[in-house]
Ligand binder design. Structure first.
Ligand SMILES: *Cc1c(COP(=O)(O)O)cnc(C)c1O
Length: 358
């Protein structure tokens, strides 16, 4: 016997690279290219450091109230955590304890299987169809819980609300988690269904549409009993997950709906323009309703394009995994950044076309 026989071994999640070099165009982790709402900078510049002597509010009331108001919910229907990764991990621990397999798509956010492994939750991946769509019937079987990213990552494909409602309605005995990390960019939110179904938990984040990945704020919305159970688990291992700085900065962001909408609209406009241009260069794009595009080229392998972009200090995401190894996920940057990417790809794909005609 040896202590290493008793280690909880896990293969950790691998996030997109955070390059250390200068002058890169970073389109590999779906961050927002625009700054957070101006109120966030005001809060940070004026922050009274004496506040840091004391523990922060364990109930995160300021932020919970701001989010509840924005979504038309009560304070007791909102749970806030350190990024939606923290909220999702805690939700797996809280709700997926039946011993039956939980269900999620075969191509989706690659943290789901990591958490399932970490907590020893059995799971079964349900294959998306050839156009990367969920087949709702795959979720009409016995299970210990369901988690679906909508819109999905890395495909960008969104499921209509009516289909998700059918999945929630068919599974009243298990918790259905809808991960809405990208919903602000064009998906339909399940939040209106919370009043109707007490087995639905909807998770959102400040990392993408609110330009605050560095602040680590995520939240879950569901019925009061469900949120109560999440709080019980949180208060059983760390009552003070949200720093005083995060709470104040998050509340400032939540208070500025106009800035939020304008920022999202800019990203969506750039996405649609880039989609059109990529199409002309021989790329096939999914109907991504996200702040990224999921693309493959008609003739050039994804890995080659990935390497060529990297040599130009343009970072995008590539997975050497079954079914998606010829695809690239390209986050939407500023118009200037995307113009540089398009100019490079035009030269690169054009050059390749001539080569193949020789
Ligand atoms: C980015 C992302 C998250 C995690 O975001 P946080 O930064 O932890 O809030 C969760 N789910 C999906 C699908 C994501 O893409």
């Amino acid at each position: 016997m040896n202590w290493e026989d008793n280690v909880r071994r896990v293969v950790p999640y691998v996030a997109g690279e955070q390059p250390k070099e200068q002058n890169v165009i970073k389109l590999n982790t779906n961050e927002c290219p625009y700054p957070p709402a101006p109120g966030v900078a005001e809060v940070l510049h004026g922050f009274d450091c004496d506040i840091l002597r004391k523990y922060p509010d364990p109930d995160v009331s300021l932020l919970v109230r701001a989010l509840a108001r924005r979504h038309g919910l009560t304070d007791r229907q909102v749970f806030v955590g350190v990024g939606s990764d923290d909220v999702l991990a805690m939700s797996f621990l809280t709700f997926f304890n039946s011993g039956k397999p939980i269900l999620f798509p075969d191509i989706t956010y690659s943290f789901y299987d990591v958490w399932a492994e970490l907590y020893r939750i059995p799971y079964q991946c349900q294959p998306l169809d050839d156009s990367f769509r969920i087949r709702k019937e795959d979720y009409f079987r016995e299970n210990g819980g369901i988690v679906i990213a909508n819109p999905n990552a890395p495909t960008g494909v969104a499921v209509p609300l009516s289909e998700l409602e059918e999945i929630v309605r068919t599974n009243l005995d298990s918790v259905v988690i809808i991960d809405e990390a990208y919903v602000d960019f064009g998906g339909e939110s399940c939040v209106p269904l919370i009043e109707k179904y007490d087995n639905l938990l909807v998770v959102q984040t400040f990392s993408k549409s609110r330009s605050m990945a560095g602040m680590r704020i995520g939240y879950a919305m569901g019925n009061e009993r469900m949120i109560g159970y999440l709080n019980d688990v949180k208060f059983s291992f760390n009552s003070y997950t949200m720093s005083a700085v995060s709470i104040a900065a998050g509340a400032a962001s939540a208070a500025d709906e106009t800035y939020f909408r304008d920022t999202v609209a800019k990203v969506v406009a750039t996405r649609e323009r880039v989609r059109g241009e990529l199409d002309k260069l021989g790329f096939i794009c999914t109907d991504a309703k996200t702040n990224f595009l999921f693309v493959s080229h008609r003739t050039i392998p994804a890995r080659e394009i990935f390497e060529a972009l990297k040599a130009e200090k343009i970072y995008v995401r590539f997975w050497d995994k079954p079914r998606i190894s010829n695809c690239l996920r390209i986050s939407i940057g500023t118009d200037e950044e995307m113009d540089r990417v398009l100019a490079f790809l035009e030269a690169y794909t054009g050059g390749r076309k001539d080569e193949t005609h020789l």
